[in-house]
Design a protein around this ligand. Sequence first.
Ligand SMILES: Cc1cc2nc3c(=O)[nH]c(=O)nc-3n(C[C@H](O)[C@H](O)[C@H](O)COP(=O)(O)OP(=O)(O)OC[C@H]3O[C@@H](n4cnc5c(N)ncnc54)[C@H](O)[C@@H]3O)c2cc1C
Length: 389
Amino acid sequence: MVEGRTVIVVGGGVMGLAAGCALAGRGARVTVIERWRVAHERGSSHGLTRAIRHEYGPLGIYTDMVARSLPLWADLARETGRRLYTETGILTLGQEDDGHTLPGLETMRAAGLPVERLTGAECARRFDQFQPEEFGAITWNPVGGMMHASECLMALAERLRTRGGALREETRVARVEGSGDGVVVTLAGGERLEADRAIMTAGPWVAEVLPEPRIPVRVTHQQVMYLGGLPTERFAAGAFPTFLAGMEYYGFPLQGAGWLKVASHRFGVTHDPNTAQVVDPEEVERVRAWLRRVIPEVADAPLVGTDLCMYDLVADEDFVLDVDPENTGVVIGSGFSGHGFKFGILIGELLAALALDEKPAVPLERFRLARFGETNPERAIGHVAGGHA
Ligand SMILES: Cc1cc2nc3c(=O)[nH]c(=O)nc-3n(C[C@H](O)[C@H](O)[C@H](O)COP(=O)(O)OP(=O)(O)OC[C@H]3O[C@@H](n4cnc5c(N)ncnc54)[C@H](O)[C@@H]3O)c2cc1C
């Protein structure tokens, strides 16, 4: 009986809020519990932008999940009157043998996307901000761009409330335990809440809220930089694309107060999510050195801001979307490995389906916890996200 099922969602980042909305939309009684406030700056979901791209190399399942996510985000934007997405197109600068760029072109073509392969000369003509000489495979896909991350969170929180769901902010969950057919969620203040199901979407804190660490998540320090003082006519959306380059770097057109965001997706050092992060000046210099080669016009622009963030990284970079085998009342959404945001609204639906014992809209075999006991060469590091966020 789905109607009236009680579900507690632990964590109000993009995944938890989206799961809450999906549950409330299906008639469940849902409470999302968030340790701080929605869109706070200590987790993984806050900030100006996240890339949304169909470029997933040969992995059509992710390309398909992006295609499913875009209309769901568009519905949310219509419903809340918020701007959640800007279509900028995606320029990928890669190599013929990187296992990602050309297989991605084929996957996207098969999915009917209007993607093209560009020569270096064509790339330089269309986007003369880039020096493409060192790249042997370049693609352009006009469909894709940037999600306005914190706006998405506010929109989800609004939808949750509109649908009758509850959001308890500034409330920390201390423990979640199985109890008969359901779960007991104990808050840090000692209050005990009973529910039919719990969904664990605690991001980098996942190991703290599962009774014992069950997922091999490594939390990493990540940093993005914002460069200012750049001319709108050359770097605003329309003139400048969202780009993915060299299986590592990515960036966006000007956003917010006229800031150009650029970062490396390279996995940072292991980080304790309860300690403050500090800006790493060496990383800033490393990104600038790369910009000097590929987008020289921005390389020495003033650094006007940085965002510090964490990845909840699993070795194969595939997500964990599963029922906890040791506690069937608990659904886990974790391991988003630095590329989960774009799918958030869809993942909410998938987690809700698991909590309500419904058939998910996407086959979830790939995302099962049991795989961590398997040996599978396809799941090598760097395979899934193709080095990009
Ligand atoms: C620098 C950076 C760039 C990225 N770029 C992209 C991109 O371009 N495209 C893309 O698709 N993805 C990107 N990602 C990944 C994406 O942002 C994440 O996968 C996604 O935001 C994860 O959401 P989440 O809800 O799982 O985690 P979070 O946003 O961290 O949410 C978890 C929440 O749980 C709460 N919580 C934790 N413990 C408790 C507790 N005990 N009680 C109550 N609440 C608790 C936390 O306060 C937090 O709000 C990027 C990530 C980073 C860090």
